[in-house]
Design a protein around this ligand. Structure first.
Ligand code: ATP
Ligand code: MG
Ligand code: MG
Ligand code: MG
Length: 482
């Protein structure tokens, strides 16, 4: 099956089970101060789940564009280095708002994977919540019981609260979840090590594909749990991982979702895929990041100096820098990948074709602007690295990292990436001090503050200070007022 057919088959399958198939919500979120980007399929249904919006359809399904580069879910550092985490990915999902519950959710997940997609049932595992005595929560025997219809007991694995109990926040809907994992290793590899030992071990070919969340409790402000009157099913399956499994590949990048883009990068750079680890990583980074950038532009989020725009700029620069260093791409090239991306994803997401010219223009301008400063900055950094090599210090001064950031537009993670290749790191404290100083200067100059504060919508929270400063993207942690 092609990836297009797989995506469609998911929607058709759940439509046949009386689900309303709805469009993806935007990936860039404009009206929620608690979240910059959609990071899961359930985001667009949050108000329904919280009871603040009416249930229009009790059963829905979709494919949601997600981005996991900030906040609770940040996979950026994995991307390209592993073969199954992306910045932007599609999450296939089905929901029940007060309608069906565990029995159907599990039965249909199984039916879809094994009967529709013909995945080998012997390669599947399900995890269930093991229970939590402190919270007087029992093991999720109900889910385990349903899994027993399909799986032998040894492939139903107990999982702890961290992996198998989902909570929206400090209060609100929550409940156990079951994750489906798949072992896609060769028969030979499988004979050597039992897949059971590799589930949840970050093995690139024994991976989680689908998370089924069973919201059955409401956590009250005092921390106690009460049954949720209208139970909710919330599932999410990584489309690219599913496609890898269905197409019998061992990397998401070997599927038809990415291969045309990887091939185009090969054509532009003249470097083949599969011969050199670092070059392959660079290609995966670029193939991944072009999607994120193109999709965020279609959502109206251009690269910029602040907040969501800066996150996007940072991702673009990360790709450019990988191309520059490992593929010898000293001229703008990312924008040339847009037509290929449209070939792959334009059917499912027509907004790409509609905005093609804008996407190409914005990317090209960003690339050129960055490449101009990149060279100067790299020279400065190389000089620093050479000087440190002769000494026993392997930490770059925060002030220099800040200068690179401020004057040459090097995101901190870019500087760190280059330094890591030389076994060096950055003095974060020093960097943050410089960042604060600059903010003070801006304030003293009576510059208009653009308000980087992230506010929590609900009352009852109190600001407790900076947790971490990641260039302009500030992560601020709140804690509940007791
Ligand atoms: P993992 O443990 O692999 O990081 P997760 O538990 O964080 O995944 P969930 O939040 O449960 O992921 O999301 C549901 C599904 O979305 C996962 O089962 C997986 O198939 C997919 N998924 C999650 N993160 C990514 C990502 N960064 N890139 C591609 N697919 C992802
Ligand atoms: Mg994760
Ligand atoms: Mg997981
Ligand atoms: Mg999960």
């Amino acid at each position: 099956m092609t990836s297009k057919e797989i995506r469609q088959s998911f929607k058709d399958f759940f439509a046949s089970k009386d689900h309303q198939v709805v469009p993806s919500a935007p990936m860039v979120i404009k009206d929620d101060p608690t979240l910059m980007f959609t990071n899961a399929g359930m985001n667009q249904f949050k108000d329904i789940i919280l009871g603040n919006a009416p249930v229009k359809y009790p059963r829905v399904a979709d494919s949601q564009k997600c981005l996991r580069v900030s906040g609770k879910h940040n996979d950026l550092e994995e991307v390209g280095h592993d073969t199954y985490h992306h910045t932007m990915f599609e999450m296939l999902g089905n929901w029940s708002f007060g309608d069906y519950f565990k029995k159907e959710a599990i039965a249909w997940a199984w039916e879809y994977l094994v009967e529709v997609l013909k995945l080998d049932p012997d390669r599947l595992y399900a995890t269930v919540f093991e229970g939590s005595p402190e919270e007087k929560l029992e093991r999720d025997n109900e889910a385990a019981g349903y899994w027993q219809h399909y799986l032998p007991n040894e492939r139903i694995i107990d999982g702890n609260k961290k992996d198998n109990f989902w909570e929206m926040g400090d209060t609100g809907p929550c409940g156990p979840c079951s994750e489906i994992h798949i072992d896609i290793r060769s028969e030979e590899e499988r004979a050597k090590v039992d897949g059971l030992l590799l589930v949840n071990q970050s093995h690139p070919q024994v991976i989680e594909i689908w998370n089924l969340v069973f919201m059955q409790y409401n956590r009250k402000a005092d921390g106690s749990l009460e049954p949720l009157p209208a139970k909710v099913i919330d599932t999410g399956m990584g489309f690219e991982r599913l496609t890898m499994a269905v197409q019998g590949k061992t990397s998401n990048y070997d599927t038809d979702v990415f291969q045309p883009i990887i091939a185009k990068i090969g054509e532009i750079t003249g470097v083949a895929y599969g011969n050199d680890t670092r070059k392959d990583i660079a290609k995966r980074v670029i193939a991944d990041h072009i999607r994120t950038i193109a999709f965020s532009i279609t959502d109206g989020q251009l690269p910029s100096n602040a907040k969501a725009g800066y996150v996007i700029r940072r991702i673009l620069r990360r790709a450019v820098r990988y191309g520059y260093t490992f593929l010898n791409m000293h001229d703008a090239f990312m924008h040339k990948l847009v037509p290929t991306l449209i070939d792959v994803m334009g059917d499912a997401y027509p907004e790409l074709e509609v905005q093609k010219t804008l996407i190409e223009k914005v990317i090209k301008e960003e690339e050129n602007a960055f490449l101009r400063t990149l060279e100067t900055g790299i020279r400065l950094l190389d000089k620093e690295i050479a000087e440190h090599k002769g000494s026993d210090r392997n930490e770059l001064e925060g002030g220099i990292a800040f200068q690179l950031y401020d004057t040459f537009g090097f995101p901190l993670d870019l500087t760190e990436l280059i330094l890591r290749e030389h076994g060096m790191s950055v003095d974060h404290k020093g960097f943050n001090v410089e960042m604060q100083k600059q903010k003070e200067r801006a304030r003293n100059a009576a510059a208009v503050e653009t308000g980087d504060w992230v506010k929590v919508r609900d009352g009852g929270t109190e600001f407790v200070g900076y947790d971490e400063t990641e260039c302009e993207t500030q992560v601020i942690r709140y804690r509940k007022v007791k």
